[in-house]
Design a protein. Structure first.
Length: 276
């Protein structure tokens, strides 16, 4: 249960097909929130953070949900809070402390075989930690200095204190991998004759246009706040493809803009840059 925008929200494995696992309390009546959480699903936890309701559970984007395992509700729409981050188990527990959202559940980054068991998010930067630990963390609770976790087994390999199936994580350590999350640069429909990729990428991007690259066109790479991290011309007019070597920038979700000689955006795409 959570108090969000002056209303009480209730979620779980609700035994009512009309509610779809997520409801708000209207007097003495439960009413469904939007389309609800679709599929053979359930919700484990709710938590308000920075004006959005975070919904952790067992559900899948393939059933018509906005995301897999962790999504947000802003009062009107569901959304994926961490595009490019893949949940490979259900999102289990949520907590807010120190101006950050903490969550448990196994995640992966595109193109990587590593997985992470915990996460922390401050509204701009997502840090994943508990790398490749052979356990699943269940209930979590944060203090000023530590994140306490209850795993489903004792063989943690954390190298720290473990007492009676409860471990703690020193929050002075940010995480194994930190990435910026796109929040302020929406994606527009992509021109059908343009291709930008690959995604995920490391050091190079390939840009191509079936109709040829316009005169004096260039590419800009933006971070989550819309700041230009990199800009370069796309080469000789009339070429159909260009390859750019990208210097070190922030890892995580970035936005590539292709502009023609007038400065107009002719293509846009969200890309995921792998950590070094």
């Amino acid at each position: 249960m959570a108090d969000f925008q002056g209303q009480y929200f209730l979620a779980g494995n609700l035994n009512s097909p009309s509610l779809q696992e997520l409801a708000w309390l209207d007097g003495d009546t439960l009413r469904r929130v939007g389309q609800g959480i679709l599929g053979d699903s359930w919700v484990n936890d709710l938590q308000e953070f920075q004006g959005k309701l975070y919904i952790a559970g067992e559900y899948n984007v393939g059933a018509g949900n906005a995301a897999t395992s962790l999504s947000t509700w802003d009062g009107q729409d569901f959304a994926d809070p961490f595009p490019g981050v893949q949940f490979i188990t259900q999102a289990i527990d949520l907590d807010v402390r120190n101006g950050e959202l903490y969550f448990s559940g196994r995640t992966q980054l595109p193109g990587s075989t590593d997985y992470y068991t915990l996460g922390r998010y401050d509204g701009e930067r997502l840090c994943l930690f508990g790398k490749n630990l052979n356990t699943v963390f269940l209930t979590i609770a944060a203090t000023e200095e530590y994140l306490y976790v209850a795993p489903n087994m004792i063989t943690l390999g954390l190298g720290g204190d473990t007492v009676n199936y409860i471990a703690r994580w020193d929050l002075s350590y940010l995480g194994d991998t930190c990435i910026q999350i796109i929040a302020s640069v929406p994606e527009k429909p992509f021109g059908a004759d343009w291709s930008v990729g690959p995604s995920p990428f490391t050091n190079q991007l390939q840009i191509s246009s079936a109709s040829g690259i316009p005169a004096q066109s260039r590419m800009q790479l933006l971070d989550a706040a819309g700041r230009i991290l990199y800009e370069a011309p796309l080469g000789v007019t009339g070429q159909s493809a260009a390859t750019l070597s990208i210097p070190a920038t922030s890892a995580g979700m970035l936005v590539a803009l292709i502009r023609d000689g007038t400065g107009a955006v002719v293509a846009q795409r969200s890309l995921f840059r792998l950590p070094p």
